[in-house]
Design a protein around this ligand. Structure first.
Ligand SMILES: CC(=O)SCCNC(=O)CCNC(=O)[C@H](O)C(C)(C)COP(=O)(O)OP(=O)(O)OC[C@H]1O[C@@H](n2cnc3c(N)ncnc32)[C@H](O)[C@@H]1OP(=O)(O)O
Ligand SMILES: CC(=O)C(=O)O
Length: 549
């Protein structure tokens, strides 16, 4: 049964948008709000109407375009200006004009900030808070008050900080949210201040933490344990400076560690998908190491871990990945043994046993190859080719043979420089498909691009499956000094193949040859299980017999 009373308050669209590098259009903001609603947060703070024109527009469009099923919208803004009555303060009027059920006011609770930043008296600040809250409540809004710099203010002048909380609540604020605005607090301090404030005021409290000590989530959890009933945070912990508390982590912690079903379990299982969707919209890379939903959150590299995980996944995982929509992954590397190979093989759909000779041989080969410069961690396709060789006990079967390949780079006008358009690269490949010789040439902005184009030109007519193969990333690492071998370069190539992304690796003394090996692995990988073997070879008048490995 979902816990109704606890308030999950998302501020991705306001405080999260204060993150360096985040620029959201109104369209993006509407889409993020829909994702958060689907996840099941209770409140979505859409921005500061009247201050940020885009946010004013967001609230205008939200009225007709956002059909929220679960969440309610909150507009954020400041208390009235000193000396200006709330009803005529333009910012306060803009808050009402946003027509949201909830308005969240930021209010100063630190005496130094009142004097130096607001440049007014302590009494006037309290009057600004009380007057603005009363005005908004009178207008029919639910009001939350974010007590800015509360924890620092509490240390400096406890009575004044408490007076801010009491003033806001007496004026009608439903929840007073204690903010660690500078993010400098630690969990024990937060827990103590929340508990004391609660005991001394009896007011319903929330928590809003920044991550400047790396403790935003821990501080939020400590505050909740101490009695806070509203948790504010952002998707992926987006926010100013070091960010805010990551609301995704807070949600998963509450449900899975505290047994508080703040979102139903079926929505929690959509957490990773929500995270991916929001990262797409913000165009900010999400951290692979993000708790619960990061790509690496349940990914295992060490052999000893893999050995235990084979027996029971709980031995090296704090929770079950599927509960948050994530999945366990195994990485193959020289840090693994037979168990890592077995787990990876099973992940790839092969039924193998750790004790088998094939797995032992594959483990030995991975260690040997990695000591010569290979890296299979992000070259899962190259690993699968190696595994197949061991499982079938035969060298790799090849749907085509390479007769020769060459690359030429033609110098430019002499002006040189990276953008000298006259520099051209041409690659020629000569291949044999079922005994027929095919020659093709490709041009590109460099050797890899030209070789890739030439390979496609030669093979796509024979193997239609190759047409969907798209090279998306290329990385070269100079290995001199890293290994004892003569290999000089390791090339890792990533491909997009329909919805899948995978990689290959090539190692050679020559960088272009290393690239060629990685390119060939990709082609062989796509053709591993392609039922449409060469349909019509170039120059053939009759369809060729299906290829049999
Ligand atoms: C902790 C937080 O993250 S709170 C949210 C912060 N978010 C933002 O600031 C984003 C939106 N802000 C803005 O667009 C602009 O700063 C505006 C429109 C609010 C104000 O712009 P301007 O009028 O040009 O003022 P400016 O930005 O220079 O300074 C802010 C003013 O707000 C006042 N102010 C600061 N905090 C508060 C508060 N809690 N209550 C009322 N007024 C406040 C300051 O004293 C200053 O007043 P002044 O103009 O009399 O010096
Ligand atoms: C209100 C807010 O964002 C803060 O104090 O950090």
């Amino acid at each position: 049964m979902a816990e109704q009373s606890f308030q999950l308050y998302d501020t991705t669209l306001r405080d999260g948008a204060q993150q360096e590098g985040m620029v959201l259009t109104v369209e993006d903001k509407l889409a993020v709000a829909r994702e958060l609603d689907t996840l099941g947060v209770g409140f979505i703070e859409g921005g500061w109407p009247g201050a940020v024109p885009r946010d004013t527009e967001f609230f205008r469009r939200a009225r007709t375009e956002l059909d929220l099923k679960h969440a309610v919208l909150a507009a954020f803004g400041a208390t009235r200006r000193p000396g200006v009555p709330a009803p005529v303060d333009p910012q306060v009027r803009a808050l009402l004009a946003a027509e949201t059920p909830v308005i969240t006011l930021v209010a100063k609770s630190h005496t130094g900030h009142v004097r130096d930043a607001l440049r007014t008296t302590l009494a006037e600040n309290l009057s600004m808070i009380g007057g603005t809250v009363r005005h908004l409540v009178h207008a029919g809004r639910r009001v939350f008050v974010d007590a800015e710099h509360y924890f620092d203010g509490y240390q400096l002048n406890r009575e004044y900080a408490l007076a801010v909380v009491r003033t806001a609540a007496e004026a009608g604020a439903e929840t007073v949210v204690l903010c660690d605005t500078n993010g400098g607090s630690l969990p024990d301090e937060v827990a103590a201040v929340v508990a004391e404030t609660r005991a001394l005021t009896g007011v319903q409290l929330g928590i809003h933490c920044h991550n400047d000590t790396g403790c935003a989530v821990a501080n939020t959890m400590a505050a909740i344990d101490a009695g806070a009933v509203q948790a504010q945070g952002t998707a992926h912990g987006y926010g100013e400076r070091c960010g805010n508390a990551d609301l995704f982590t807070v949600i998963a912690n509450l449900v899975l560690k505290r047994g508080r079903e703040v979102v139903p379990l079926e929505r929690l299982a959509g957490l990773a998908a929500t995270g991916r969707a929001i990262a797409e919209l913000t165009e900010l890379p999400s951290s692979a190491a993000a708790p619960y939903i990061g790509e690496s959150a349940f990914t295992h590299k060490a052999g000893l871990h893999a050995s235990a995980l084979r027996v029971d996944p709980d031995l090296y995982q704090h929770t079950r990945p599927e509960l948050v929509g994530n999945a366990m992954r195994t990485l193959v590397s020289d840090m693994g043994g037979r168990s890592s190979i077995e787990l990876k093989a099973r992940e790839l759909g092969y039924d193998v046993e750790a004790g088998s000779d094939e797995v032992a041989r594959a483990a030995t080969r991975v260690k040997e190859l990695e000591s010569n410069g290979y890296s299979f961690e992000s070259a899962d396709a190259s690993f699968e080719l190696l595994l197949r060789e061991e499982l079938t006990g035969a060298p790799r079967t090849r749907p085509f043979e390479v007769e020769s390949w060459s690359v030429s780079v033609f110098g430019g006008s002499g002006a040189g420089g990276p953008h000298d358009e006259a520099v051209r690269t041409e690659a020629t490949v000569r291949l044999s498909v079922l005994g027929r010789s095919i020659t093709a040439t490709g041009h590109g902005n460099g050797p890899v691009n030209a070789l890739d184009t030439a390979l496609h030109a030669a093979l796509d007519p024979c193997f239609p499956a190759l047409a969907r193969l798209q090279l998306v990333d290329y990385r070269v690492r100079v290995l001199s000094g890293e290994t004892g071998s003569s290999a000089a370069a390791r090339v890792l190539i990533s491909y997009q193949d329909g919805n899948r992304r995978w990689g290959t690796v090539g190692v050679d003394a020559n960088t272009t040859a290393a690239s060629w090996h990685a390119l060939l692995d990709a082609v062989h990988y796509v053709l591993l299980d392609d039922p449409a073997r060469p349909a019509l070879a170039v120059g053939a008048t009759e369809p060729l017999e299906p290829f049999r490995p």
